[in-house]
Design a protein around this ligand. Structure first.
Ligand SMILES: Nc1ncnc2c1ncn2[C@@H]1O[C@H](COP(=O)(O)OP(=O)(O)OP(=O)(O)O)[C@@H](O)[C@H]1O
Length: 559
């Protein structure tokens, strides 16, 4: 490495044309002498002699001592020649030299334009007066303004709100500031350009963030949608977390859990509930659970089985009567509504209630008050009403058999309990539940239900629903003597096996043991309907009215 100190004499300092001339000469010498030349200013900044902007930015002034350095094959000659050049007046000798300087400058300008335009960030350069000197292609795209329009204009008029004037005045840069340029959101760095601590201009480098903002907005929408979905899922799980009062209700099928979720929610309110479902699906069980899960749990739960009470007595049963209100009314009687005060009244099989009573019930629902039969004192009660039916109330309303206004008053929270054949997956759970519960209650140690027996139960349709299943398990526990329930312990219509005494009604249980009366009754009605096809024909043979046949058939879920 060769090194030499020279005195820079050019009166105008190292201006851009002088620098271009040095660059052009350095190129020639390097080529000819196979060397590399460098220039170092007084402050120790060293740059290649062929880099125009770098050389220019050394800001060499007249009288500055500068160092020339050279390496390569003929570094000594290169050093000597270049040093002499620097000490000279740096003016072009002829037109040819002038042309070469021009082309260096043009080439350099073109190169910087190409570089600036290939940057994807917007770039605006202003001078100390805030006049735009550079406006690259990305700046054109982001601001929607053309370079031709921008260059030479004051940036504060062109793009108000950039904040560049503060930078020009204060000299401190600002970084990653969110701004709006001509309606477009951008993130901008504002940097002053200083030479010898003097601000000679400023640069704004900025990126369009409208796409990012849109993505963020979409993300936010998406996140909100996810949050909403999570919330709903949580709600669903929460709603399926039932009060302990529902523990007694066995079953995991979706349909049952959905019904219980509604019931559980209804328990938290005082709304009237209407439980729908075939006979034996657990309507009373659910009504009790709603009561027990409600704030009224310490109050009474009063059940009224509407069809079991003759219609003539139902009014006094519900509302009570005064002494002497009718023949046989020897004492004052408190009705079920009064008894249920502060608690819940469960009106089972409401579809069987006569129209007169429906009207009276409607008044209680509307006004929460009534009079005892034969009395004139108005009694106010605070009673929550839960009604249940296995009848098609809508059809009854259409036929004029059930008051429409009462229907709407009752149907505030409808709960539909599925039949057992709609939730067959619950049969094993229920069967095991009843085996355990009933064998304990009956003092028998029945520990298993054989897979064969379970299979038979799974294939049966259970018209009498859970109640029928419960009865069948009870019966089987009574029949078995080896601690397990097998197909032989099931009735033949479930096991598919003809019992040895088939044809003899009394031997339903197959071993001469008697069964509960209702089972005989159900079997008789089932057989009669199967054989005679109509209520009338069956009733004639059985010697009872067709109404009774119809009522029993409904009771046992045979229609
Ligand atoms: N999911 C269940 N889990 C456990 N036991 C049940 C279930 N469903 C019903 N039961 C039992 O089945 C029997 C019949 O239930 P419940 O009396 O509540 O039915 P229901 O629908 O009110 O019948 P009906 O319409 O004939 O009055 C009861 O012994 C009840 O305990």
């Amino acid at each position: 490495m060769f090194k030499k100190e020279v005195l820079f004499k050019n009166k105008k300092g190292l201006h851009i044309r002088a620098a271009a001339m040095l660059v052009q000469k350095a190129h020639e010498m390097q080529k000819e002498l196979d060397a590399n030349i460098f220039v170092r200013n007084q402050r120790g900044h060293e740059v290649p002699a062929t880099a125009l902007m770098a050389l220019y930015s050394l800001h060499i002034k007249p009288g500055d001592k500068i160092t020339v350095l050279a390496t390569g094959a003929d570094a000594g000659t290169a050093l000597e020649r270049f040093s002499r050049l620097l000490e000279g007046d740096l003016t072009p000798k002829d037109l040819d030299e002038n042309d070469k300087i021009d082309s260096i400058l043009e080439e350099n300008a073109l190169t910087s334009d190409v570089i600036l335009d290939s940057i994807t960030d917007g770039l605006i350069v202003v001078d100390a007066d805030c006049t735009v000197t550079v406006f690259n292609r990305a700046a054109e795209e982001i601001t929607g303004m053309s370079r031709a329009l921008a260059v030479g204009k004051n940036l504060n008029f062109l793009l108000p709100g950039t904040g560049i004037e503060k930078i020009l005045a204060g000299g401190k840069g600002e970084y990653e500031r969110k701004k709006v340029f001509n309606g477009r959101p951008v993130i901008a760095d504002l940097v002053p350009i200083t030479i010898d601590k003097k601000i000679i201009g400023g640069v704004i480098i900025f990126q369009d963030i409208s796409r990012m903002e849109r993505l963020l907005r979409e993300m936010k929408d998406f996140n909100e949608a996810v949050a909403r979905a999570e919330y709903l899922e949580e709600e669903l799980i929460r709603s399926k977390k039932l009060d302990r009062a529902f523990d007694e209700i066995v079953g995991r099928s979706g349909k049952l859990l959905d019904a219980l979720a509604v019931a559980s929610k209804a328990a938290a309110t005082t709304s009237t509930v209407l439980i729908r479902g075939e006979s034996g699906t657990g309507k009373e069980l659910v009504a009790r659970a709603i009561h027990c899960a409600s704030k009224r749990k310490d109050g009474p739960f009063i059940r009224v089985n509407c069809p079991a009470i003759p219609q003539t007595l139902l009014e006094s049963e519900l509302f009570g009567h005064e002494k002497g209100a009718f023949t046989g009314a020897l004492y004052q009687k408190i009705g079920k509504f009064e008894l249920a005060n502060g608690g819940t009244i469960f009106l089972d099989e409401i579809g069987e209630m006569g129209k007169d009573m429906q009207t009276k019930l409607l008044r209680v629902l509307q006004e929460k008050e009534f009079e005892r039969v034969g009395g004139n004192q108005t009694i106010k009660v605070d009673v929550r009403i839960i009604a249940a039916t296995n009848r098609n109330l809508e059809e009854m309303v259409r036929k004029g058999e059930f008051r429409e206004d009462l229907y709407y008053r009752l149907n505030v929270v409808p709960i539909f309990l599925p039949s057992l054949r709609e939730r067959k997956e619950d049969i094993p759970l229920l069967a095991e539940h009843f085996r355990e519960k009933l064998s304990k209650a009956l003092g028998k140690n029945v520990t298993t239900i054989t897979p064969r027996a379970m299979k038979c139960m799974m294939s049966y349709d259970w018209p009498g629903n859970v109640r029928e299943l419960e009865n069948i398990i009870e019966r089987a526990i009574n029949l078995t003597d080896d601690g397990e329930i097998d197909v032989d312990d099931l009735p033949s219509y479930i096991s598919g096996q003809e019992s040895s005494d088939s044809g003899h009604l009394i031997n339903l249980s197959g071993d001469g043991e008697m069964a509960p009366f209702e089972e005989y009754e159900k079997e008789i009605i089932r057989k009669a309907l199967k054989k005679y096809k109509s209520f009338n024909a069956a009733a004639k043979v059985l010697g009872i009215t067709h109404k009774t046949v119809a009522a029993k058939a409904r009771k046992y879920g045979l229609v």
